[in-house]
Design a protein. Structure first.
Length: 232
């Protein structure tokens, strides 16, 4: 099998297979990087943010901020920004909204970075494989044309083999990285929803405004945040 693949690298399908190998290595590197990055920044962790929101709703602001800052996660960072802003300026809800939203957007930008590479690989790999298919069929029909119809079956089979091999290689690269891309995007979307709900719970909590006063009705928070969402 190794000898066959080595022979293919020196035929018309060689550059196609080499290109697929290169993009598969790039996609694998990005996948490993993103998995490690998500674990490092705490994507999916919500315990600290939930505890912070519960303490905030109960009126224990200092404890709430400590809970938010104790956890390394995007949701906790966004919640901590909102809480810190309220502690600095209790009456300025808009400032808290802007600071927490900017923190959330920064976290989302970090999480989304390089995901386009995986999407590009998932879309490009089948096209590269299809190019190999076309090259292989051109080679096969070129042999047929040059022989005047009395073609050596082994020569014809080489072009067909190239066509099938590159097609299979393209799909083999594209399919797993498509699902990896979908999985990572789903994690980013889930984290976005968690941050929106957590920030909204702080902004529209009764403890979010001036002490002893109920939170006034306000417009929906940025980034699709619903008014008075449920978190926890």
């Amino acid at each position: 099998m190794i000898d066959v693949l080595t022979d293919q690298l020196t035929t018309a399908g060689g550059p196609i297979l080499a290109a697929l190998l290169v993009i598969s290595v790039i996609a694998t590197t990005v996948t490993i990087f993103k998995v490690v990055q998500f674990a490092r920044i705490g994507v999916g962790r919500t315990r600290g943010a939930r505890s912070a929101v519960a303490a905030w709703a109960a009126g224990d602001r200092a404890q709430a901020l400590d809970e938010a800052r104790s956890e390394n996660s995007p949701a906790a960072a966004a919640v901590a920004a909102a809480m810190a802003s309220f502690l600095d300026a209790p009456a300025d809800r808009e400032r808290a909204r802007e600071l927490s939203t900017q923190t959330a957007l920064d976290q989302l930008a970090t999480m989304s970075r390089h995901l386009r590479v995986l999407e590009a690989v998932a879309q490009a790999a089948p096209m590269i494989g299809l190019l190999g298919t076309v090259v292989g069929m051109i080679s096969a029909f070129g042999e047929l044309s040059a022989s005047g119809g009395a073609v050596d079956p082994s020569a014809l089979a080489t072009g067909i083999w190239t066509a099938l091999l590159t097609t299979a290689a393209g799909l083999t690269v594209a399919i797993p990285f498509y699902f990896v891309s979908v999985w990572l995007e789903a994690r980013v979307d889930a984290e976005r929803a968690t941050m929106e709900a957590a920030i909204g719970a702080v902004l529209y909590s009764g403890a979010g405004g001036i002490a002893g006063q109920p939170a006034p009705e306000g417009p929906a928070a940025p980034v699709g945040m619903p008014p008075q969402p449920s978190f926890g």
